[in-house]
Design a protein around this ligand. Structure first.
Ligand code: GLN
Length: 303
């Protein structure tokens, strides 16, 4: 497969499209990002790398971090997680509170904010130094010791994160947050503020294409846990646009409001895209388009 040619062709096509969407403004610090950055990075199962544009530039991974916190929680708690979070697509926005009351404080899945807050609470319980231990986990996954939080982004979200604060308190009222609400929110805002490039994200997610092992062979998850994590990305990775992403792209993936998307095909490739212009659902418009072109041109998808 001539992946580099495919990536170049994708870039030629998407660069001709009209510029739609705008950068996230819910976190003031994110609004400062150049909306026209564009990066693509693809790593094959065999370890070959292909890249384009701003693939080395770091950006805020935001909700992409929810896959990494889920992974970390799985390593400690495995199936016990699902006593406190469900595995159903929500059909609602990532920051919606609406289903929580009907479902007695059990979030629909770990990739909407409510579910990620419960996972964050689990990690605050099991980790000695939650923020540093989470960073150490990502550094271990990638082999890159410089991956870090952007403290300005974490602070900016803390100052404006009233909806997440409401959600965490609401969850606490049902007993589904066990720790101090502010401690859980602080961990959550930091996990979202982690900065990584497309290249680093592809390295971090490689284990999900490789049956649970990193590029250096370290086992992170069992094969069954990988199947479950990929299934959740397929069904819930894009909130109320998960059906659309599955329909158009046909890969498990996860987006973030920093404009990044990671997607993968087991035993074939992992790919990361970055363009900060978001559509109405909070997903990167050009990222989705690029991945749609990738699976159309290569004829490689889950389906
Ligand atoms: N930190 C963001 C929030 O909680 C993450 C949302 C996202 O990337 N979709 O609102």
């Amino acid at each position: 497969m001539e992946y580099q040619k495919v990536l170049n062709d994708i870039y030629n096509e998407v660069s001709k499209l009209p510029k739609v969407g705008s950068v996230a403004t819910s976190i003031p610090e994110l609004a400062k990002v150049d909306p026209d950055k564009f990066g693509l990075y693809l790593t094959t199962f065999e370890g070959k790398n292909f890249s384009l544009g701003d693939y080395q530039e770091k950006f805020s991974i935001q909700s992409i971090s929810k896959v990494l916190t889920l992974t970390m929680a799985l390593t400690f708690l495995d199936e016990k997680i699902w006593e406190r979070v469900s595995v159903e697509p929500s059909g609602n926005a990532f920051n919606s509170l609406v289903q929580l009351e009907y479902e007695q404080g059990i979030p629909r899945n770990p990739f909407i904010n409510a579910g990620a807050l419960v996972i964050a609470d689990m990690l605050v319980t099991v980790l000695k130094d939650p923020k540093q231990d989470f960073l150490a986990f990502i550094r271990m996954l990638t082999g890159i010791p410089t991956i870090d939080f952007n403290l300005n982004v974490a602070k900016s979200e803390k100052e404006t994160g009233f909806r997440n604060a409401a959600m965490a308190n609401f969850l606490k009222s049902y007993g589904n947050i066990k720790n101090d609400v502010d401690t859980v929110l602080d961990f959550y805002f930091h996990q979202c503020s982690v900065e990584m490039s497309c290249k680093e994200l592809a390295q971090a997610f490689y284990f999900l294409t490789n049956g649970g092992r990193t590029q250096t062979g370290k086992r992170i998850l069992s094969k069954s846990q990988v199947k479950r994590t990929n299934a959740l990305m397929q069904t819930c990775g894009f909130y109320d646009e998960s059906g659309e992403f599955t329909y158009k792209v046909g890969l498990p993936g996860k987006s973030g409001i920093g404009g990044g998307i990671v997607a993968l095909l087991p035993e074939k490739f992992v790919v990361a895209t970055w363009n900060p212009r978001l559509n109405k659902k909070g997903n990167s418009e050009l990222g989705m388009k690029s991945l749609e072109l990738l699976t159309t041109k290569t004829e490689l998808s889950i389906f």
